[in-house]
Design a protein around this ligand. Structure first.
Ligand code: C2O
Length: 493
């Protein structure tokens, strides 16, 4: 189907501003964008049409399908400057891909500069009607999505000082301090039913401590992969991360606060900020008066190893690491840029995929110099990232893979035996050394970056060119070539 990208004024928190939005029709541009729903192994044909007109924001665009591996369709991954050139105003690009053997909770967002902070972000769910793990988490309904976002009253800056969010939005609604008491998002439940809630951080920057008054949350999915049920009363969720939780609606009929407290911006819940409403059928349409019980069981990065993956075919068991890579993150206050191992990666004008298709093979030939790492195929790669750099937390996201979290932030334990797999991990403080592993079984130029979008545009990323010979043999569609009209294969430098 068509996914239109256009500008419209919206006021999700009562403040009116022009935004960059997605919709299935011109009149249906929304924040968050329309939920994209499909079944396991379905083929996607998403025609993204750029109808952006507002000159105060970027008018080119590109969409990333966060969490999908894009095996064999690397040109559809979306990051501008890595796997494609941006789509220009008035033109379109057909994203065609088939996420085989993937099911769970994902999202999509602009991957062009910091454009998604202006609104271009939405949920994507892959259902598995025959999920063999269903017995572990019997639920009556699995359609509820809860997105957590930050929101800004001015357009996203392209560089420089990191802005502070004016409000947070749960399912696209929220209030700001001193703003009008706009209607909050309501999640409806029926007493004595069990629900799978799909929690998605579509944030540009803050992480959230998420909880629902009076209810426990049983985690069953992390970033698109099932885990053994694990019950907590609150979850710290970083940018780009997803959790499915089972909620048993077994409390008295009433209204209960859903809370998502950000680490920056408006704190607390006074006046309904950082809040939404869980409403039982039969309860009055009023704000809750519920209290938050003291927390005693948080899921966060420090105890991530409490989550146990469910053994499943297709999940590789990783032996000893073949390649070890250390990534040192630094910040230069003079240039106001980040670097990784002394290289700052700004969005390259010639996508790295195009560079490889045009003959570049080695790190020396690949631009930006020092930011592209070449990885051999079918090897176990271990990456360690010391924490404590300026601007922490840094939730690090990797495209094309789930990685095993061998050592997480706030923990000094190395778990090689049964690490959980995910696609965003926070890297923590100066005593941390977050360590991840993956198998190079998916050829492609995959970007690894801080998912705080402000940090990405300040250079906090690298690209792993995985299995370059296979990448060089890819054959993207003509429409993909047409996105980079001015590039000449011979003019690499
Ligand atoms: Cu959610 Cu590189 O992206």
């Amino acid at each position: 189907g068509d996914l239109l990208i256009g500008n419209r004024f919206i006021s999700p928190d009562g403040f009116n501003r022009s935004a960059v939005l997605a919709g299935s029709s011109r009149s249906g541009l929304t924040f968050p964008g329309p939920v994209i729903v499909a079944n396991r192994d379905d083929r996607f044909n998403l025609n993204v049409i750029d109808q952006l007109t507002d000159p105060t924001m970027l008018r080119t665009t590109s969409i990333h399908w966060h969490g999908l591996f894009q095996r064999g369709t690397q040109w559809a991954d979306g990051p501008a400057g890595v796997t494609q050139c941006p789509i220009t105003p008035g033109s379109s690009f057909l994203y065609q891909f088939q996420p085989r053997n993937q099911a769970g909770t994902f999202w999509y967002h602009s991957h062009h500069q910091s454009q998604y902070c202006d609104g271009l972000r939405g949920a994507l769910v892959l259902y598995d009607r025959r999920d063999p793990l269903r017995y572990m988490y019997d639920v009556d309904d699995e359609s509820t999505i809860i997105t957590l976002a930050d929101w800004y009253h001015v357009p996203a800056p392209s560089a420089g000082a990191v802005p502070t969010p004016d409000s947070t939005l749960i399912n696209g609604k929220g209030r700001y301090a001193g703003g009008p008491p706009v209607a909050l998002s309501v999640v409806n439940v029926v007493r004595d039913r069990r629900y799978r809630f799909r929690l998605i951080s579509i944030s540009c920057d803050p992480n959230f401590v998420f909880s629902i008054d009076g209810h426990q949350l049983t985690v069953i999915e992390v970033d698109g992969e099932s885990v053994q049920p694990h019950t907590v009363d609150n979850i710290q969720i970083f940018v780009g991360q997803r959790y499915s939780v089972v909620l048993n609606a077994n409390r008295p009929v009433g209204n209960y606060w859903i809370r998502a407290e950000p680490n920056i911006g408006t704190t607390g819940f006074a006046g309904g900020v950082n809040s939404a409403i869980l409403r039982y059928r039969g309860a009055p349409a009023t704000d809750p008066v519920s209290d938050r019980a003291p927390f005693n069981n948080r899921l966060n990065e420090a105890n991530l190893r409490n989550l146990r993956p469910v053994p499943a075919p297709g999940i590789p068991r990783l032996g000893a690491a073949d390649v070890n890579i250390n990534l040192d993150i630094a910040f230069d206050p003079n240039t106001v840029q980040f670097s990784v191992n002394n290289a700052t990666m700004l969005q390259p004008p010639v996508p790295i995929l195009l560079q490889i298709l045009s003959g570049a093979r080695t790190p020396q030939e690949l631009m930006p110099q020092g930011s592209v790492y070449v990885l051999p195929r079918n090897k176990v790669i271990e990456i360690s990232i010391p924490g404590g750099s300026v601007g922490t937390p840094h939730p690090i996201h990797f495209h094309g893979h789930l990685f095993s979290v061998v050592r997480s932030a706030g923990s000094n334990v190395y778990n090689y035996a049964n690490p959980v797999r995910r696609d965003v991990v926070n890297i923590g403080e100066s005593n941390d050394n977050v360590t991840i592993r993956f198998l190079t079984d998916n050829a492609g130029p995959w970007i690894l970056h801080c998912h705080i979008d402000w940090h990405l545009v300040l250079g906090l990323s690298v690209v792993f060119a995985e299995d370059v010979p296979t990448i060089a043999g890819l054959n993207p569609p003509q429409a993909w070539d047409d996105l980079c009209p001015k590039y000449e294969a011979s003019g690499l430098d």
